[in-house]
Design a protein around this ligand. Structure first.
Ligand SMILES: [Zn+2]
Ligand SMILES: [Zn+2]
Ligand SMILES: [Zn+2]
Ligand SMILES: [Zn+2]
Ligand SMILES: [Zn+2]
Length: 213
C-alpha cells in the first residue's frame, strides 16, 4: 500500500501562494485580503472584490459598497485583468506534492481537472484519495462497497444497485421455501403472499414486454 500523505485543501487565493512581485493594493480583495477571485468592480468607487465576497456582503447590506458608496456592479477594468493574468501561483495541492507554478487564469482548470495531486473519489468504493493513487488503489486494494437488502437479505454491490424486480423475486423464493419446509404452516394463502405473487407476475410481464421492444 502507498504511504498516505495528508490531504490538504487551501482553496482561497492567499497572497503567499503568489510567486514573485505583485501590486498588493490592486490585485487583492479588500474584504478577504486574498488575491481577487472572479473579480467584480463597484461602478462608483472603482474598487474590486471577489464575486463571492461581495455577494456575501450585499446579502447583509443590500446595495451598499464596503467603501460606503452605492454599489453598482460593473466589469473589472482591463488593467486589473492584465495584472491578474501576470500572476503565477502555487497549486492548492502544493502540500500534497504538486510543485508546479500555474498562471492565474489556468489555476481553476488545473486544480479541478489536471492536478495529479488533487482529491478524488474512487467510483467503486467511494473512498477519497489523491488522483495519482487511484490507479494503484483500483488495481490492488479496492474493495467495492457491499450492501445488504433489509427486505430480502440479498448482498449486492452499491455500484450495481439492487433492482426492485430482483428483490421481489427473492421474496417470493423465500416465501415458497418457507411454505415447503415441513412443520410450518404454508404461508401461501396469506394475503401478503398473494399480493407479492401478483406484483411479481406484473413485474415479470413488464420486463418481458420491455425486452421485446
Ligand atoms: Zn475576497
Ligand atoms: Zn464603491
Ligand atoms: Zn496541482
Ligand atoms: Zn476503491
Ligand atoms: Zn431486496
Amino acid at each position: 500500500m502507498a504511504i498516505r500523505k495528508t490531504i490538504v485543501r487551501t482553496e482561497s487565493l492567499s497572497t503567499d501562494r503568489v510567486h514573485g512581485y505583485f501590486d498588493d493594493d490592486i490585485v487583492t480583495c479588500p474584504i478577504c485580503t486574498n488575491i481577487l477571485s472572479k473579480p467584480v468592480t463597484c461602478k462608483t468607487c472603482e474598487n474590486s472584490f471577489c464575486l463571492k465576497c461581495i455577494r456575501l456582503w450585499l446579502n447583509e447590506k443590500p446595495n451598499s459598497c464596503p467603501f460606503n458608496c452605492h454599489f453598482q456592479e460593473r466589469k473589472p477594468p482591463p488593467i486589473l485583468i492584465k495584472l491578474l493574468s501576470k500572476l503565477k501561483l502555487n497549486c492548492q495541492y502544493n502540500l500534497n506534492g504538486c510543485t508546479i507554478l500555474i498562471p492565474y487564469e489556468a489555476l481553476e482548470k488545473h486544480e479541478l481537472h489536471e492536478c495529479l495531486f488533487r482529491l478524488t473519489q474512487c467510483s467503486n468504493c467511494s473512498k477519497e484519495m489523491l488522483y495519482n493513487e487511484l490507479e494503484d488503489h483500483q488495481n490492488n486494494d479496492c474493495l467495492p462497497k457491499q450492501l445488504t437488502c433489509l427486505i430480502c437479505d440479498t448482498m449486492y454491490y452499491q455500484k450495481e444497485g439492487h433492482e426492485y424486480i430482483d428483490c421481489l423475486q427473492k421474496q417470493v423464493q423465500i416465501m415458497d421455501a418457507a411454505s415447503r419446509s415441513p412443520g410450518k404452516k404454508p404461508p401461501s394463502q396469506h394475503p401478503f403472499v398473494k399480493r407479492l405473487r401478483l406484483l411479481h407476475a406484473r413485474e415479470q410481464t413488464n420486463e418481458n414486454y420491455a425486452q421485446r421492444i
